[in-house]
Design a protein around this ligand. Structure first.
Ligand code: HEC
Length: 161
């Protein structure tokens, strides 16, 4: 009786491992398709929740968002971010739209509904397993706040391509 149970368990484990290998062997690693609806509906809320939690930690205080800060942020954006997000921040380049997931339109409601602290955290740390790099080693906190000010200004700027 006990021997039979062991056999059944061994067969179940073997089937489980075989099914796992099958699923992995069918995975598509091409970056060309747009992430599917099911994947996005699971990954996006999880990402937002993780960002919200992480941004609850210590974040340096924001200097005032003056017009000078926005314009400094725009310069920095051209050097560090436009490669993927496009010069306007709204139309991802060929590189940005070839990533999986796509580089975000930074004026879109999905991005603008992030808090200033969350934007700061994303720019400083990046988002693992996406193309979004972390700039914490290359930009100062002040420069990152200027970028936050620039991203915030996007919905109010005239539409440029
Ligand atoms: C190498 C390409 C690349 C560069 C360079 C890049 N990004 Fe991104 N960025 C991405 C991708 C891809 C995403 C989408 C990530 C996702 O869907 O979770 C993204 C998402 C974002 C988001 C939205 C995050 C969210 O949770 O919705 C912000 C804000 C952002 N980037 C700001 C910036 C800023 C500011 C810079 C420059 C300092 C920058 N990015 C540089 C690829 C890039």
């Amino acid at each position: 009786m006990r021997k039979k149970t062991v056999w059944v368990a061994a067969i179940l484990v073997a089937l489980f491992v075989a099914a796992g290998f099958f699923v992995i062997s069918q995975a598509n690693i091409s970056a060309l398709p747009k992430p599917g609806g099911l994947e996005t509906s699971i990954a996006a809320p999880l990402r937002n929740w993780l960002i919200r939690r992480a941004a609850g930690g210590p974040i340096p205080p924001a200097p005032p968002a003056t017009p000078e800060a926005v314009s400094q942020g725009a310069n920095m954006f051209g050097m560090a971010c436009a490669t993927c997000h496009g010069q306007s921040g709204r139309h991802p380049t060929a590189i940005g739209s070839g990533l999986y997931p796509r580089a975000a339109d930074l004026a879109s409601p999905g991005v603008q509904e992030l808090s200033d602290r969350e934007l700061f955290w994303v720019i400083k740390n990046g988002i693992r397993m996406t193309g979004m790099p972390g700039f914490g080693h290359t930009l100062t906190n002040n420069e990152i706040w200027q970028l936050v000010d620039f991203v915030r200004s996007l919905p109010h700027q005239p539409r440029i391509p």
